[in-house]
Design a protein around this ligand. Sequence first.
Ligand SMILES: [Zn+2]
Length: 289
Amino acid sequence: MPELPEVEVVRRGLERWVAGRTVESVEVLHPRAVRRHPGGGADFAARLRGETLGVPQRRGKYLWLPLAGRDLAVLGHLGMSGQLLVQPEDAPDEKHLRIRVRFGDGAGTELRFVDQRTFGGLSLHETAADGADALPDVIAHIARDPLDPLFDEAAYHLALRAKRTTVKRALLDQSLISGVGNIYADEALWRAKLHYERPTAHLTRPRSAELLGHVRDVMNAALAVGGTSFDSLYVNVNGESGYFDRSLDAYGREDEPCRRCGAPIRRRPWMNRSSYFCPRCQRPPRVPS
Ligand SMILES: [Zn+2]
């Protein structure tokens, strides 16, 4: 599942390669890839034809392409395996090519949505008419993400204290903070030396500020690595945070020594996923919540 840094790398690639280009035609090769578009594939293609793509936007893991001068945007759902590729027009079709967008501007490239498992897709939505930050209506409830300059730290802290929940659940709650997934939550909690089951009600303001700082650091580190891979024509995102794997401290490191204290990293089942933590650096709360 791509997380915020991977999606931001895709957004930057799209900004470089497709922003400002006018759609000549759209080919929908699999109906599942447009199942979130209410009018279906033919309607999706017809409504995009002749439209010019604006600067791609992102909030959390959500990515959208505003249509220039319109209160409309194409929302991209990457799902588990979705990829947005900018390819030469004469490149052979990918086996799992689902949607093709042609531009006909002589630049020689096209936008392709490729998805092996077809959990993802593209859909056209109305947006609030208040500038580039305008969100597609279906994601209007998604909170700002920690890399957003307008993220409200004071409000986040108050919401944490008010919510009777545990710290990792709160990090993954998209109505409080968006874009933090399982991998970066475990990494930030390891850096903050916080056990994932710690109740948020007892989290002090300096502690939650420190945790947010670690969330930002771990995402920026991933961006710094991934940011080098979008320089080519090939804009890509896949199911795992591949390029960041080697610098993970907790996630995926079961039984490997903690890089801080040497204790073996533990993995525990957590909400149909796993939590990785150091049993020595990240002590569980005394009273399980
Ligand atoms: Zn440790």
